[in-house]
Design a protein around this ligand. Structure first.
Ligand code: SF4
Length: 303
């Protein structure tokens, strides 16, 4: 019985992360860890040495997944930046998925700006034609001063170019921004720079998260942030709401962007489309800042 179970099991190297919106979808792990793995606020893959899984192992998992969930229509490729794989390998994986899952509609994965900018437009279009339809990109901030302090490894220009490159190929981008990541000293630059990047290169989806540092990341984060002598001063809920309101007011994308702040880290869940719903969303944030009982209790917040 135990052998039979193992023969049918997917092979996952833990910990395994996926965006909340992929919670019901099938996960196939094609890489282990994150090829960059240096952002100081992120502890997701610090326990893993980055590597690509052998294609034969990925293909075996795809066959297993097809037996376990034959009707799956959405598949997420883990880990931290599956788009780092060579296009030929990703293409072969997408072909296997299409063959194994007759109902397949969409494949998605995390991608870094480096991954996206490293792929020529024709390669991105090829991947899109094979159903890679959505990439999750951690923008975190559009301010150069903040990006350098968190060791993001990308400039505002590189982030805008990456989003535009994916969207031009027909691959939707779901971008995340972290409220509070500039602290009290840099929050205005953080908001203004972020709005400028998003307006310049609007992603299909935009979410805000709220900074929560784990015990394993805190010291590195604080040390890197303060390298030039300016220490990190954390925002409280009032400061986070001021950032949220200023960001919503500043954003004016030239095409519709679906906006969410419903990730469990957020003190105030919001949902709408920008720029159409801006005034409604701003009014909700303003009400919360005025004391309306809209905030998620601290014990319900997390990652
Ligand atoms: S935030 Fe993304 S790119 Fe940065 S270390 Fe974490 S997984 Fe890698």
């Amino acid at each position: 019985m135990i052998q039979a179970f193992h023969d049918e099991a997917m092979h996952y190297d833990a910990p395994l992360y996926r965006p909340p919106s992929e919670g019901r979808n099938t996960i196939v792990q094609v890489t282990i860890g994150c090829s960059f793995n240096r952002c100081t606020f992120c502890g997701m893959y610090k326990t893993k040495a980055f590597r690509a899984r052998p294609l034969a192992d990925v293909f075996a998992d795809i066959e297993t997944a097809a037996r376990m969930w034959p009707g799956a229509d959405r598949i997420f490729l883990a880990d931290g930046d599956a788009l780092v794989l060579p296009t030929a390998d990703l293409s072969a994986i997408l072909d296997r998925l299409a063959a194994a899952f007759p109902a397949l509609e969409r494949v998605s994965c995390y991608a870094t700006p480096i991954n996206l900018n490293g792929k020529p437009p024709e390669e991105l279009r090829l991947l899109r034609a094979k159903k890679l339809a959505l990439v999750y990109v951690g923008v975190e901030s559009g301010a150069a001063s903040v990006l350098a302090r968190i060791a993001k490894g990308a400039t505002p220009d590189a982030i805008a170019a990456a989003i535009a490159r994916a969207e031009a190929a027909g691959i939707a981008v779901s971008a995340t921004v972290i409220l509070g990541i500039g602290g009290r000293r840099f929050w205005r630059e953080h908001v203004e720079g972020t709005a400028a990047v998003i307006d310049r290169a609007p992603p299909r989806f935009l979410s805000t998260l709220q900074l929560r540092l784990g015990d394993g990341e805190r010291d590195d984060f604080l040390a890197r942030f303060a390298r030039d002598g300016t220490p990190f001063e954390p925002q409280d809920d009032d400061g986070i709401l001021a950032e949220q309101e200023a960001l919503l007011r500043a954003l004016d994308p030239p095409r519709a962007v679906v906006f969410r702040s419903n990730h469990a880290s957020n003190c105030l869940p919001l949902a709408g489309t920008l720029p159409a719903d801006r005034e409604r969303l701003v009014a909700l944030v303003a009400a919360a800042r005025d004391g309306a009982p809209l905030l998620r209790p601290e014990f319900l917040r997390g990652l």
